[in-house]
Design a protein around this ligand. Structure first.
Ligand SMILES: Nc1ncnc2c1ncn2[C@@H]1O[C@H](COP(=O)(O)OP(=O)(O)OP(=O)(O)O)[C@@H](O)[C@H]1O
Ligand SMILES: [Mg+2]
Length: 274
């Protein structure tokens, strides 16, 4: 079996070549709140291949964010295994986990989570700073990413000078900064109006067309309809997993973003190994 090595300044993580970007085996998450134990995830088995575009749905409290936090290495399972790109996450220490988060995962949150009073371009540069990308290169790349999401004219704008849709596009640019193979978004359109929501989903669709693996949590069927596979949760379990293949996109069929127009492709987002 072929092995690659995750780039790192110190310590290396063995990586097994696989087309399964996410593999979850008998995964359980229990929240221990003292008096009571709450089951977040109840024995989940799931595989997501490189290049898939997946929606996670289910009523409030069904375990969607619990799953996303584990997929994003923000939290650990209590039982079971999570393999990300062939790496068994449960075996990693905190340093290795933060390296994985920085290099392999772009996380987009419902509430954007941008750093306030900090220009868009600096927000996008931040993950590259942690990855020790040289200053000039990270600036160039942050500008290119902001152009990619249609915000080329707003690179110096502060988060509070932008609309919700624009903030979320900055957050997506930031998520793409280190060319992660996996993009996770927990209700990315939850705080947006319909027009901005469509813009954001068009952007995720474009990234998926370019080869990215994208997992989006949503409560809305219209948003899930952008994806190619819908996994539904109830009470911490997967209750359905349906593929919804889309017809091939017509070139030029997608509208450009508000002030971005044409989007140059971000080759950065192709899954590792392609
Ligand atoms: N930090 C926590 N401490 C205790 N229980 C938690 C915690 N986080 C989540 N839970 C519980 O775990 C279960 C799953 O919660 P989760 O946040 O994953 O749901 P969700 O599907 O994302 O819901 P929503 O659609 O409202 O965001 C719920 O019963 C919830 O109350
Ligand atoms: Mg949630």
């Amino acid at each position: 079996m072929m092995r690659r090595w995750l780039k790192s300044s110190r310590g290396e993580l063995p990586e097994i070549e696989t087309d399964e970007l996410i593999k979850i085996v008998n995964l359980c998450k229990v929240y221990d709140t003292g008096a009571v134990k709450v089951i977040g995830l109840n024995n989940i088995n799931l595989t997501i291949k490189k290049g898939e575009f997946v929606a996670i749905m289910g009523q409030s409290g069904s375990g969607k964010s619990t799953l996303m936090n584990i997929l994003g290495c923000l939290d650990r399972p209590v039982l079971g295994h999570y393999y990300l790109d062939g790496i068994d996450i449960s075996t990693l220490n905190e340093d290795q986990l933060s390296r994985i988060r920085n290099q392999k995962i772009g996380f987009v949150f419902q509430s954007f989570n941008l750093i306030s009073r900090t220009p868009a371009v600096k927000n996008v540069e931040l993950p590259m700073t942690y990855a020790h990308v040289p200053k000039r290169l990270r600036h160039e790349r942050a500008v290119a990413l902001l152009e990619r999401v249609g915000l080329g004219k707003r690179i110096e704008h502060m988060p509070n000078e932008m609309s919700g849709g624009q903030r979320q596009r900055v957050a997506i640019a930031r998520a793409l900064a280190n060319e992660p193979p996996l993009i996770l978004a927990d209700e990315p359109t939850g705080n947006l109006d319909t027009a901005s929501s469509i813009e954001i989903m068009e952007l995720f669709s474009a990234l998926h067309d370019e080869g990215a693996t994208v997992v989006v949590v949503t409560h809305e069927e219209d948003i899930a309809a952008f994806t190619e596979r819908i996994i539904r949760f109830r009470d911490g379990k997967v209750v359905s997993d349906v593929r919804t293949p889309k017809p091939a996109r017509q070139p030029g069929a997608r509208e450009g973003a508000e002030d971005g127009g044409e989007h140059p492709p971000v080759t950065a987002c192709r899954p590792a190994g392609s």
